[in-house]
Every structure is written in C-alpha cells, then in structure tokens.
Design a protein around this ligand. Sequence first.
Ligand code: SAM
Length: 303
Amino acid sequence: MEDTQDDEPGAFLLVNDIPIHFSEDWDTGIGGGLWSTGLAFAQYLEHRSEDVLVNLRRLALVKKYSASSTRWHGNYEIDRNSINDDNSNERLHRHEIKEFNGISALELGSGNGFLSACLLALVMSDENSNIPLTELAITDMKDHLPLMFKTLKANSHVWDTLTYDDGEHSTTFDGTSPGNTTRPVERPMQQSPHVILAEHIWGEFESTNINTKTNQLHNKKYDFIFGTDLAYRNSLHDSLISSLLHFSHQHTLCLIGVTMTDTQPIFFDRLTEEGFRYEKLADHLLEREFRGGNFGLIAIQRR
Ligand SMILES: C[S@@+](CC[C@H](N)C(=O)[O-])C[C@H]1O[C@@H](n2cnc3c(N)ncnc32)[C@H](O)[C@@H]1O
C-alpha cells in the first residue's frame, strides 16, 4: 500500500499531525499487511480524534466515579447535549481527568503494530496530555511480533518505554533515547503509557513464559480492547470471544473492526450468547470508501 500523506516524508498516516511510519511485510503472515478495516479504524482515529479522546476519558470517569454511561459514543457533539445524569460531561470539559486512575488498553491480533502506533499518537497528541492511558499491551501470535516491534521502533516518538517479549527474552526500551524518531510533543514521563509487546493466542491464558510482564499481561483486565479483522473465520470465533471475556470487566469497551463479508452473523450470535451486547458505529463516522455496509466498527460490551 502506498503512503497516504505527502506532507511528512515517509509517513504512512498523520494522526493529529503526528506522523506514523509503517511498512507492510506480507512474508510475516496474514497480519503482515494492513487489512481494510485496520485502515478504516486508523482513519477513524485520525478524523474523529476528539470523539475517541472523549470516549477514552469517559472510561476513566467510569472507573473513578462509576458513571452510568459507558457505551461508545459515536458523535460527541450529539452526546454532549443528551447525557447529564452524573455530571460526567461537565467533568470531561473541565479536564479533571488528570486526577484519575489510568486506563489500560489491549490490542488483539495486531499483526503489524500499526493501529496501536496510531492510538499512541492520538493519546500523545492530546494537547492537555490528559488521557490517562497508563498501559497498552499489543499482542498477536509469536511469528508476528518482530514486525510489530519493527513498526513500534519506527514510531518511538509515540511511546516512552516499551517492553518487548519475544517469547525467549524480555527487554525494555526507552523511546526517548537519542537517535530514536523525533518526538513532536514533550510530555512528563509519568503520563505516558507503558507499552508491552508480547504473544497472546486467543483463548490461551496459561502462560509457561517465565517473564513476569507477559504473565501480568495475561492475568489482568483491560478497560479498552481493540483490534481489526479478527473474526474472519468461524473457527476463530470461540477463542476470540473467550479472550474478550477473559480480559474484560463490566465496564470494558471493546472496539473491533469487522469486514462483514468475512465475519458471518454467527459471530454476533455467539457474542450475545456469551453475555455481550454490540452496536455498529454509524456509517458516516467512517471515511467515504468504507461506508456502505461491508466495513464496520463494532462497539462491544458486557450486558
Ligand atoms: C486478518 S489479520 C488482521 C491484522 C491487523 N489487525 C489488521 O487489521 O491489519 C488477523 C490477525 O489475527 C491474528 N490471529 C489469528 N488467529 C489468532 C489467534 N488464534 N490468536 C492470536 N492472534 C490470531 C493473525 O496472526 C493476524 O495478525
């Protein structure tokens, strides 16, 4: 796929003016290239950044104040006028978020690391540095980890510390080291998410890995779970849903990009059977090329 922006040499995409660099490598396997919903999701982050930031802040509010409204809000301008039972929107505006506990995020089936790099850019671009994302775990099967690491290394300007667990060794890197990619925004270290790159095979939670970070990754709940083109075969549905169940708590928001021609309706039936509810974000929130029914961003939550 060609670079999509001319303004930043070599940038694949700009998220709030922060360049994200990416080179596909299909030799890696099925996730070595960027799938269409991966691009649709990235462009949603790019063009709807304020909506996404507000939703992430809302997750932190839910944690702190048990606010009642936790569904993914597609259009912030509309929601701002319609919800006010817990004062949460007012708090969102007053940027009180700095006092909140952080939220954690998990990408499933990342393949290439691109989408997580875009999310990190979005968080970093927040002018008030008040998205309390403290941890981002980026996962796939072991054979995809080197490409994911390559993408994250090419974008060290959007993270501060990253632990890469290749299955044998766990090494922590410093994104602020001299020689790394240029940082567009200086932020206090304590407000930057720690990034963990490690294997997670859906439905498998018993880790034989001796690395503590990877074991921690498998033994916790996440506030935001995301991924694209994951449910592309019926045989994957049960293990994927079992990971969603394992890693989610009552208020977790999952945002999953789906290609409808690959993902059969039975996936949604299985989600419902397992106690989730889901909602497709309105088509107009996606870029024009992804509208019309074949691509969708699906917000999934426990009932
Ligand atoms: C169609 S690719 C999508 C890659 C990327 N998310 C994108 O949209 O460009 C599906 C990804 O899911 C991963 N995957 C498939 N089955 C998996 C499983 N059982 N456990 C973990 N990852 C899996 C593949 O390795 C691959 O990276």
